[in-house]
Design a protein around this ligand. Structure first.
Ligand SMILES: [Zn+2]
Length: 385
């Protein structure tokens, strides 16, 4: 009954929110009808002047006000887009990509005028004729994950692909396994519960490439530890440009324990079954927030690897990570996050790896150093003597 009710709610949400939102002035056409696109409304004020509404899929919700629209410019001109936030306030520096270009351009402060309470941001663009996207963060679509999986499999041809679940809209939840040749210890890596958190996604891909790389360290690490890598827990949210939730309007990083949603329920079932005759030794879940921070256990919590996070961060700092990164210890047993779940079930380091929304240049190097020091720490603390 409950599952069925959930499914019905999902279908209702899907039909409500998959309508394209668009407007057309004769000079400029705006639409959110593409992967990751999402605006709540679009109104034409004049040929080059638009008001675009930004609203979440449902509330209550944490304020990650995602927006992404495609602009088709028929004649060059100065385009003004007023983002009107119907919930939350302006947070992300707008990015513009000419379609076909690899890297988006981050708009300068003078191009974005934010009002006092953050409920409105007016964006000024000077655009040539052509097709563009304007988005809260770079677009990391489900298609991008496919190319990232290919990268990983090229780097480590031994990877075993699994489909561990299907989303509410029936998209596959994919997991890559690297199987150790010695021992039964396992490291779990999760990502993209929250669609706008793409700096966490970039960090995760760099981290995974390092773990699956050709260095002696990575090869030794993969002999000793099996890896379960699930980089995209919320493909529906990614597809629809959601702020945070899945198609049933549920935060998947508050569903580890309840397991009311197909994405988390199926992932949990696979992981739980996999670990029946093995031992989890660490879990990382990649996210983004306002700063670079590792959410970790408190030092007095019993652990297979006491003070792991402290020693890991120290090693990263010795290796000169370019980003400022801090630890935030805490434990809230009533909040059903992946961190709470995997710590409570297995008493291992269960860490939320959070990158700042604005992390850009130092993000990849930090992730690579984080991966190398992570591997070194686990090998030195758990290697068979
Ligand atoms: Zn998050």
């Amino acid at each position: 009954m409950i599952r069925r009710a959930g499914l019905m709610a999902g279908l209702l949400l899907a039909s409500q929110w998959s309508w394209a939102t668009e407007c057309e002035s004769g000079k400029v056409h705006i639409t959110d009808d593409f992967a990751g696109g999402n605006i709540a409304s679009c109104a034409v004020k004049s040929e080059y002047d638009f008001v675009v509404g930004v609203a979440p899929e449902n509330t209550p919700i944490n304020p990650s006000p995602w927006y992404a629209m495609a602009l088709s410019v028929a004649e060059p001109g100065k385009v003004t887009i007023s983002l009107e936030y119907q919930f939350g306030k302006h947070r992300y520096i707008p990015k513009v990509s000419k379609i076909g270009d690899v890297k988006p351009v981050y708009l300068q402060a003078e191009q974005v005028v934010v009002n006092e309470d953050g409920s409105q941001a007016v964006i000024h663009l000077s655009l040539e004729q052509g097709e563009y996207t304007l988005s809260a963060q770079p677009l990391v679509t489900n298609e991008v994950y496919q190319s990232w999986r290919n990268q990983l499999q090229q780097s480590n041809p031994g990877l075993i692909p699994h489909v561990v679940a299907h989303s509410v809209e029936n998209r596959p939840i994919r997991l890559l396994e690297s199987r150790a040749t010695e021992g039964k210890q396992v490291v779990l890596l999760l990502g993209r519960a929250h669609p706008p958190e793409v700096t966490g996604a970039f960090a995760m891909q760099s981290f995974l490439l390092r773990l699956n790389g050709a260095t002696a360290l990575a090869k030794r690490f993969r002999e000793r530890f099996s890896l379960l890598m699930l980089p995209n827990l919320n493909p529906d949210g990614v597809e629809h440009g959601y702020w945070r939730h899945n198609m049933n309007g549920v935060d998947l990083n508050r569903d580890w324990g309840p397991f009311t949603q197909p994405e988390t329920r199926g992932s949990h079932a696979f992981i739980h079954n996999y670990l029946k005759d093995k031992q989890l030794v660490a879990m990382l879940d990649f996210h983004s927030t306002q700063r670079n921070v590792l959410y970790v256990q408190k030092q007095d919590q019993p652990s297979l690897l006491p003070e792991f996070a402290e020693q890991w961060l120290q090693a990263m700092q010795h290796a000169n990570i370019p980003l400022d990164l801090v630890l935030a210890p805490g434990h809230n047993p009533t909040s059903p996050t992946s961190k709470t779940w995997f710590y409570s079930q297995y008493q291992v380091p269960a860490i939320t790896y959070e990158m700042a929304d604005t992390a850009a240049e130092g993000l990849h190097e930090t992730a690579e150093i984080a991966a190398d020091t992570f591997m070194q720490q686990l090998l030195s603390r758990l290697d068979k003597s």
